[in-house]
Design a protein around this ligand. Sequence first.
Ligand code: PEP
Ligand code: MN
Length: 363
Amino acid sequence: MEHCFDIEPMNQWMPCGDKPCVIAGPCSAESEEQVMETARELAKIPMVKVFRAGLWKPRTRPSTFEGVGDEGLNWLVRVKQETGLKITTEVANPSHVEKALKAGIDMVWLGARTVVNPFSVQEIGEALKGSHIPVMVKNPLNPDLTTWMGALERINRSGVKKLAAIHRGFSYYKHSPYRNDPMWEIPIELKRLCPELPVIVDPSHICGRVDLLSVISQRAIDLEMNGLMIETHIRPKEALTDKQQQITPEVLASLLSGLIFRKPVGSTEFQNQLEKLRSEIDKIDQQLIDIIAQRMSIVDQIGNYKKENKITILQLKRWNQIFSERVENGEQLGLPREFIMKLLEVVHEESIQRQIDVMNKKD
Ligand code: PEP
Ligand code: MN
């Protein structure tokens, strides 16, 4: 198979052994003390090999904390000296690259907001020329594999051979439990097209909350992704950015020790196909729930209307008509009668209940 990228295998530049690599550290460096305390605890977790912290924070709103900037470079260097962890930060323009290289940062990443813009990626690529620093490229905010691959190619063509992708989920207009929908089919397609490229998963920015982190981390492991980047703060409640999604080093240690490293069942091809189908099912279920919610909101309107006009809730004639029509529709699509009947009964029962609630509600 033809390769997309000219790269060095990740085990030559990431000190990970055969387990997935774990990158951890705060969303933002906030003070020397917060950085050092977090790093000292993280260094005690064997799977954690790289310390992350954002210095220049491209925030959505300009009035919020925008990072400590250049000053934080020294704190990261101190982390490296005192703990032996490798250090990484986000670069968003050529001047960040220059400063990171000068300070001795071990690896850098491009953030989701930078990757959407090929001009910025090109400029960063130019600034990286001639250096041997490893670079990780996050997916763009929008679910667009071509833009992601384009950014990886630009960086690769600037001579960066120590290259990885970071999957941090995608903005999605529909309601979803995630801050950024994982849309696993996209990183899977990237891996299918470019099997040589390591993909690190960032469950923190996918989830945006802490209770889903372990499920997404396990998913990443099961999909044979090559590493995890998890935001970790010594006092998450006091975090100045991404407060809801950061965990303590202690919680991270227990999350990592709970991960199960299964032997892959079947080939990677089989797993990938299975995962594609599963993610289609996930989407359809979401649509199903959306549609049912829409139906119920119309039921509420009908309930109000009946109430205003003093009409009874249960209109047997209408219900019999719905019942027979829908069962027939379903049968035509290969769905058994009994199944459709059961489904309609549950939906109807809830509709009746909602109308009773509307009737009982005092105006
Ligand atoms: C981050 O890693 O803190 C960050 C800003 O991430 P992203 O670019 O994925 O939003
Ligand atoms: Mn963050």
